[in-house]
Ligand binder design. Sequence first.
Ligand SMILES: [Zn+2]
Length: 246
Amino acid sequence: MSRPADWSRREFLAYGSILGWLPFFRPKRISLAGATFRIIRNGASKRRYLLIHGNEETARQVLTRHMEAHEGIAYVIQNHTRTVAVDTGQLDPNRMFSRVGAEASLRRLNRDWSPERVQSALHELDRRREKLVRALLPPPSGLLIALHNNSAGYSVTNEEAISDEKSIREPDNPHAFFLCTDPNDFRLLSTSAYNVVLQQHAPKEDDGSLSRLAAARGMRYVNLEVGLGHTERQKEMLDWMEWTLR
Ligand SMILES: [Zn+2]
């Protein structure tokens, strides 16, 4: 076996592309700013899963168990706080998917930062964002599923006004809902007894969340929200969605 230095460029590139298919060489983690995601792989499927807020421990537990019995790739944030570290400050990781969203989050969470410091953090995010986005994007016709937990400050009522369509079957339980970007997924999800909203068109205001990016890129995306601590409810809705969406 020759050393890499002796290989032709073509051989090296060909071998490099094969390495990506071998489990041994597949990365176990991927990062953007202070957000590091553990990658859980199970079989071959076009499903992708994401836990982005480290303090949403119910969603973490439900997703980690789910991956033992379902095929796909899950990205699970490693830290256990809602925000992640950037430079000397903090950033909401679900605001880092656009420059404008990240800028608003950085300014809000780091009031003592100079404009230069904000710009330098944004530059770093701009340089590395696409690598994470490419990893999270499912293959064509695939589906990305993000799990979240909420509390008193947020529910489906916050999303109704900016949604294209809604099906509110559980008005007394607004904390449990699906948010999706694909009209066909909405049609199927709204046959359930759960709350569902469709946000197919990216709203004018880009908050830097993954749901806005998914809408802007025409990606099939489903956000599954339940109140923190409602483990059985989140598991039930995730299982129902797995059976219903193809
Ligand atoms: Zn969240």
